[in-house]
Design a protein around this ligand. Structure first.
Ligand code: ADP
Ligand code: ZN
Length: 444
């Protein structure tokens, strides 16, 4: 399989590090000069851009958290005037406000380059027809993959997500050879293919699947590969950093090659903030090295994994992020949407008649994620008439839909029926086991 940008993807590690350092220095100065939030933080830490003399010196810089984006909602961390910003995307934040990100024209071009590399690594060439079944809109998945695949010269079918029977029909009629979506949606598509009486080997032309935006286990990979008769690769990213395209697997399927000329990846102990030993598990902290509109420093992703720098059989020299093994926080990803229990709690606290006792149950039925919420009502409401209970239920479901963008299955339950815990309240039951076996995954 051809390598999209051999000059970068096969660069000697010593040269790559030099390139990273040069870009880091420039970026830190850019951030210091253009974002008052960072200038203030760096002044407090008494660190100046000139103090960054080696890649290790990045540890002198402040971390950025998701809450920093929220506190500066919507555009407070942007480094360019709005006239230079050509695109906005957003994903759900920890509370009602979403995390907003912006792109200059050059950011969009660089993004396409990153995605072109990971898609090529996953087997895609200009001869392919790719059906993108990621949502197009504020979510970065659809547009992110679109521009990268277009750069390769792929024929794109921008189907977006949903209407699965039609997806299958399009796939059959247009002869898609590549499917792009979340892994859980791929499983669902596979079910519908079967329901339609189709045999993927005979009736479809699919060869490769590029999946990301949520955690998935090796057993889900095997199931998708078997049910759709494809090679399925994993790719990783997040809106704050650019969207998809931070890292992606090659056909060795053993870790996601990082676009290291665009991102510097640290692995830290989430408790102490210190670097873990090379190859050990920790929280990924990622610094984009040349973003114009939203250049973050040391972004705490909350994702747990390991990074491997052993040479890969594919010939690329870039480091690899092994499969994501968990989160440092309680963020759930339901149908590709980030859900924080705090968002749910905030909605509930605002509704009269419910007690602050709830239980979130996430499960997957027929390969579709669903979120069930049990909420205790107060005594006075519980003994009220049915009509009031139904109204209350509708109100909560509506409000949650506005905040999360997800339809929640709500169950109002009797006062004091949710088990009280002795210590930390257990409010989430995730039955999907998406990080299954990842913790004892092989080193690269
Ligand atoms: P997206 O727009 O891709 O949903 P978000 O910024 O909303 O991006 O969410 C990013 C988060 O999604 C990541 O921090 C990570 O937890 C999760 N994620 C993205 N890709 C993967 C992946 N390949 N494996 C596991 N988790 C992933
Ligand atoms: Zn490789």
């Amino acid at each position: 399989m051809p390598i999209w940008n051999p000059a970068i993807e096969q660069m000697k590690r010593s040269e790559l590090k030099e390139l990273q350092l040069a870009k880091l220095k420039q970026n830190v100065k850019y951030v210091y000069d253009n974002v008052s939030f960072y200038r203030k933080k760096m002044d407090e830490l008494k660190v100046k851009p000139e103090d960054i003399k080696s890649l290790e010196d990045i540890r002198k810089l402040p971390f950025t958290k998701k809450s920093d984006l929220r506190d500066n909602y919507p555009f407070g961390l942007f480094a360019t005037p709005m006239k230079k910003v050509v695109r906005i995307h957003a994903s759900s934040g920890t509370t009602g406000k979403s995390t907003v990100v912006g792109y200059t024209r050059r950011d969009i071009e660089n993004w396409a380059e990153m995605v072109a590399r990971i898609a090529s690594a996953a087997g895609v060439t200009e001869d392919d027809i790719a059906q993108i079944a990621f949502g197009y809109g504020l979510f970065t998945g659809g547009f992110g993959l679109h521009y990268g695949l277009e750069k390769i010269g792929v024929t794109i079918v921008p189907a977006s997500s949903g209407n699965t029977k039609r997806q299958v029909q399009l796939m059959q009629d247009f002869g898609a050879t590549v499917l792009v979506c979340t892994p859980s949606y791929a499983l669902h598509i596979a079910d519908v293919v079967k329901e339609c009486g189709l045999n993927p080997k005979k009736d479809l032309k699919l060869k490769f699947g590029l999946f990301g935006a949520e955690p998935w286990s090796e057993s889900i990979r095997k199931e998708i590969e078997k049910n759709l008769n494809i090679i399925a690769t994993d790719n990783y990213g997040m809106s704050e950093l650019i969207g998809p395209g931070v890292a992606g697997e090659c056909l060795e399927k053993n870790g996601m090659h990082i676009n290291e000329d665009f991102f510097f990846v640290e692995v830290i102990n989430p408790e102490t903030g210190e670097w873990v030993k090379e190859g050990e598990k920790g929280e990924l902290v990622i610094t984009p090295l040349e973003k114009e509109a939203l250049p973050l420093l040391r972004y705490r992703t909350g994702d747990l994994s390991k990074v491997c720098y052993e040479p890969c059989k594919c010939g690329r020299t870039t480091g690899r992020i092994m499969k994501i093994m968990g989160r440092t926080d309680d963020m759930l990803i339901v149908r590709g949407v980030n859900v924080f229990p705090s968002q749910i709690e905030e909605v509930l606290l605002d509704v009269e008649g419910v007690a602050p006792h709830y239980l979130i149950i996430v499960d997957r039925k027929d390969n579709i994620d669903y979120l069930e919420l049990w909420v205790e009502v107060v005594d006075s409401i519980f003994f009220d008439e049915m009509k009031k209970l139904v109204e209350l239920e509708e109100k909560i479901v509506d409000r949650l839909f506005t905040v999360l963008g997800l339809k929640v299955k709500l169950k109002l339950v009797e006062p004091k029926s949710i088990e009280r815990s002795q210590g930390k309240a257990k409010r989430i039951i995730d039955k999907r086991d998406v990080y299954e076996n990842q913790n004892n995954s092989k080193n690269c």
